[in-house]
Ligand binder design. Structure first.
Ligand code: ADQ
Length: 790
């Protein structure tokens, strides 16, 4: 079977677009990513999306698109103003410095952020347009961090992968970003999130914990509806291409000319983009220190520093250029002679084959970024030297330091240390063994293998990401006919995360006017239950005025529409009090900011208010303690979002659903929606004989437990509103909605829909006054089931 299509998105298309004689010409360019994807492109259908690198007038866009399509590329046309905000400001002046641990350089600006959102949306729109279900989407780098989540919101049924080419900063630095939450949520839209080094994964996990309160494992992060895979995949280069270049005329000429020019001298090379992350001033200072503290190298060692101009219109880069110019002048003035120039500074991009020749001529490569995602120059030096061997002095703050154990690692901020290591490397021949170690890594971890590993891992998640669930739409068949023919519909809805977004403070999640309106409309047309983990008191306060059924504490007690509260399961709670409460109290004492919540049949330990990392650590220990204490007792431990809850095993939403379905056997349509683990129980409890009349919906993404999904509470509510209108239309009952504000109408509405309880007696309908009297009270019935932990 042919592989699904691959859609790659990067800020910039790997092409050069030029207008010549009124016609646009496309010249494919090379680069690490192009090489990495070369063999993938040959094996499967492929499209590359990105900005084409030129501003194309509206009238010429169709022609340019056609031309780019011929090269397997699709352009995202971005206006000059948007490009300035999206690329120059937000990407390069905000995210770039911040992600390289330099918060003080980061210049947040609302206009840039808005443009970033707009452009990310444009990418997501185009991906949605060119993709088919089952395709694979691979998004690259910090410029497109929002795209994964935007695609998910569009309900794209594709595997979504994201690779970050730059470091992820420490959580302390990351939190200074004013839109830290949005960027994390954007990235978390991916099924697979990969980084160059585990250090970045660790920072990312801490940021998710501290900013979003999300816990994770080293390789996975569980969201309510799905799991995000985290991976360490350091990028590689194409060593064969470098070996080939090394044999070519340009490389050989470069090498010979350098050897001739600096005969008898040791050659140290530095090759970088002229960027403040690359540590060029620090490198120059270390070389100056070498010449100062080890005078024997004056006239005997030369530093050839090639610095390709970069982002030249950004002021910080202009300042850096001036600083480097001055430093070079100072060193050459201080130690140079008429026949010796200590620093040879080339402020240009050099052709790759000449760079290869330069590496071949160099005794030492000096790579000292103050922060770098990976650093390809280090890998290129190793590949170019090959069997010649050589010495690589590498900053411990480059991702490459995690992969090249044969390198001499240095702290670029320590001028004296770098100077000493330089001296040592100049004095002593490099260890061939250490170099072979690095060469093996470079030869094994080629860019092609890196790309294949990423795609294999992304596609191996297939079962998880390509779930058959469809976006819920009551207007589309077969749902539309099922809705039209439903005479006795039944609706089960979870509350938190399904009807209402989560709030940091659970008590702040009261229903808004829209939720109340939708529930009210539906209650007049169906039998509706809100099935929640919340207490009866909270549900009563928030929803008690509506003519809907309520199920509290995951099924402990229920109230029929317009009826009394009844406890379905009787629990004494004494075992919970005796066995679990002391343990929880101990953890409250030991974990500042945490607290206990006592429910009728459950005890919960909330640690959202505790230090996020310490809270998670304590939660793990608490789980181990509970496992020991609760052996062979009928309790279930439930891990929610920053909460651990212990409750009787009989009290589950699944049991509540089974119970309700037995009471409504003549329902001809069941709609059930939820968003978290406890709702999986609810969906899984629907018996087979109900399947052909049941519609299940997951909120927040796809789930194996539901046939349909909606992206958010907002979109579910909109759909439920449409459902109500469809029924109103079908029953010719469309009424002025303002009238339903009246409580009296609500009381009547419970009776109006045709559904009766399965005991043949229907459920009790109370007067408004009686409902008030019983509000929040748990009336025991003779039929309740008694369970206890003793
Ligand atoms: P960059 O920041 O661009 O990439 P780097 O990994 O060093 O950094 O790649 C630079 C490339 O440009 C290399 O292939 C190098 O040979 C070339 N280059 C550098 N200076 C040059 C010059 N003067 N003339 C010509 N060519 C020059 C981002 C991240 C990195 C990560 C890569 C890949 O910042 O950390 O390694 O993506 O993921």
């Amino acid at each position: 079977m042919a592989k699904p299509k691959l859609i790659v998105a990067s800020a910039r298309l790997p092409v050069t677009l030029t207008k010549r004689h009124e016609a646009w010409e496309v010249a494919p360019s090379t680069g690490g990513l192009v090489t990495a994807l070369k063999s993938v492109r040959e094996r499967r259908e492929f499209t590359w999306l990105g900005w084409p690198g030129a501003h194309v007038p509206e009238t010429e866009r169709a022609a340019v698109t056609r031309e780019l399509n011929r090269h397997g590329a699709s352009p995202v046309f971005i206006s000059k103003a948007h490009m300035e905000g999206f690329y120059e400001n937000f990407s390069n002046e905000v995210l770039w410095p911040l992600f390289h641990n330099s918060a003080e350089r980061s210049r947040f600006d609302l206009t840039g952020w808005k443009a970033y959102q707009v452009v990310n949306e444009m990418f997501a729109d185009l991906i949605a347009k060119v993709s088919r279900p089952g395709d694979v989407v691979w998004i690259h780098d910090y410029q497109l961090a929002l795209v994964p989540e935007l695609l998910r919101r569009k309900g794209l049924n594709c595997a979504i992968g994201y690779f970050l080419h730059i470091p992820f900063p420490s959580a302390e630095t990351y939190r200074t970003l004013p839109v830290s939450e949005a960027i994390l949520r954007g990235m978390l839209g991916a099924d697979l999130l990969a980084f160059h080094a585990y250090e970045y994964v660790a920072h990312f996990r801490t940021a998710c914990l501290r900013v979003l309160g999300l816990e994770s494992e080293p390789d996975t992060l569980g969201l309510s509806a799905r799991t995000v895979q985290l991976a360490v995949l350091p990028i590689g280069i194409d060593p064969a291409e470098i070996r080939e270049m090394a044999q070519g005329a340009a490389a050989r000429a470069e090498m010979l000319s350098l050897r001739q020019a600096y005969g008898g001298m040791k050659i140290i090379v530095g090759v970088d983009r002229l960027d403040y992350t690359k540590g060029i001033p620090q490198k120059l200072e270390a070389f100056e220190e070498l010449l100062r503290s080890h005078p024997k190298w004056r006239g005997k060692a030369v530093l050839i520093q090639v610095a390709a101009p970069s982002r030249t219109n950004v002021s910080q880069y202009q300042l850096l250029k001036r600083e480097v110019d001055e430093l070079v002048g100072r060193i050459n003035g201080r130690f140079g002679t008429s026949s010796y120039t200590p620093v040879v500074y080339v402020n240009q991009a050099m052709p790759r084959d000449r760079l290869t020749g330069m590496y071949q001529a160099a005794d030492i490569a000096l790579v000292t970024p103050v922060r770098d995602g990976m650093n390809l120059v280090a890998l290129e030096y190793v590949a170019a030297r090959g069997e010649l061997g050589g010495a690589l002095i590498l900053s411990e703050f480059a991702g490459a330091a995690h992969c090249l154990p044969g390198a001499r690692l240095v702290n670029p901020y320590s001028t004296a240390q770098v100077a000493d290591v330089l001296n040592d490397s100049l004095e002593n021949p490099p260890s061939p063994e250490a170099f072979r170690h690095m060469l093996r890594f470079v030869n094994d971890n080629t860019s092609t293998r890196w790309a294949n590993r990423f795609l294999d891992q992304l596609e191996s998640l297939g079962g998880q990401v390509q779930m058959p669930a469809l976006p819920l739409s009551f207007a589309d068949e077969p749902l539309a006919s099922a809705v039209r023919s439903a005479v006795r519909p039944l609706i089960f809805l979870d509350y938190d995360g399904t009807l209402r977004n989560y709030e940091l403070d659970p008590q702040a999640a009261a229903p808004d006017a829209q939720i109340l309106r939708v529930l009210r409309e539906l209650s007049q047309l169906s039998t509706l239950y809100v099935i929640s983990g919340r207490s009866a008191v909270t549900l009563e306060n928030w929803l008690g005025k509506l003519a809907i059924g309520l199920v509290c504490e995951h099924g402990l007690a229920f109230k029929d529409p317009g009826g009394f509260w009844q406890q379905r399961v009787s629990v004494s709670g004494s075992a919970l009090q005796r066995v679990v409460r002391p343990v929880f109290e101990d953890f409250v004492r030991r974990t500042p900011g945490s607290r206990i919540e006592l429910k009728q049949a459950a005890i919960a330990w909330h640690y959202r208010g505790a230090d996020p990392e310490y809270g998670s650590f304590q939660a793990k220990e608490l789980l181990t303690r509970l496992e020991d204490n609760l052996k062979r007792r009928p309790f279930k431990v439930l891990r929610g979002s920053r909460v651990i809850e212990v409750r009787h095993e009989q009290v589950t939403k699944g049991n509540a659903v089974r119970h309700l379905l037995q009471r409504y056997p003549d329902a001809d349509f069941l709609f059930c929606a939820g968003d978290d683990r406890t709702d999986e129980e609810m969906m899984d409890a629907i018996p087979d004989e109900w399947r052909d009349r049941a519609v299940t919906c997951w909120v927040g993404g796809r789930s194996a437990h539901a046939a349909y999904f909606r992206e958010s509470s907002q979109t579910l509510l909109a759909e439920l509103s449409k459902l109500a209108r469809a029924w109103q239309k079908a029953r010719g009952e469309a009424r002025d909605p303002r009238r339903s504000e009246d409580d009296g109408e609500e009381r009547d509405s419970a009776r109006r829909n045709g559904l009766r309880g399965g005991d043949g007696k229907g459920h009790r309908t109370e007067t408004s006054a009686a409902t008030e009297r019983t509000r929040g009270r748990h009336a025991r019935t003779g039929k309740e089931k008694r369970v206890d932990g003793d």
